[in-house]
Design a protein around this ligand. Structure first.
Ligand code: CO
Length: 134
């Protein structure tokens, strides 16, 4: 069912600092910041040959990553995103296996303009998992 690793998302308290770490210290190509008000984050994409890293900074008071950063003040891995061919078939399969899909269970349009779902970390080895229909 799982396809490629689409991205690893890292929550950071300071996007400019995070960008410098990846751009200057690690020598990676990093995009310009992109505000995603619908998702409560500002994001930069770190381009790697085989995948992407997304650095997420909270945007607005109701940001979904605010609680995570309260617990992890220097930042940390927030979620991993796997590609699937058919997100509804993947959801139905996972629900039939007893996995919990977050929200109302219906895919939303994610940061890349494609349908996404999030899966409960307690059902996936303690890691928040995003599925994206590739
Ligand atoms: Co993501």
């Amino acid at each position: 069912m799982l396809g490629k690793l689409n991205h690893v998302a890292i929550a950071v308290p300071d996007l400019a600092k995070g960008t410098e770490v990846y751009r200057t210290m690690l020598g990676a190509e990093v995009s310009a910041p992109q505000a995603e008000p619908d998702h409560g984050v500002t994001v930069v994409f770190v381009m790697l040959p085989n995948t992407k890293i997304e650095l997420l900074e909270p945007l607005g008071e109701a940001s979904p990553i605010k609680a995570f950063l309260d617990k992890n003040p220097s930042g940390g891995i927030h979620h991993v995103c796997y590609e699937v061919e058919d997100i509804l078939a993947a959801r139905d399969h996972l629900k039939s296996q007893g996995a919990r899909v977050l929200g109302d269970g219906n895919p939303k349009i994610g940061a890349h303009g494609k349908p996404v779902l999030f899966l409960h970390p307690k059902d996936f080895c303690g890691t928040l998992v995003e599925l994206e229909q590739a």
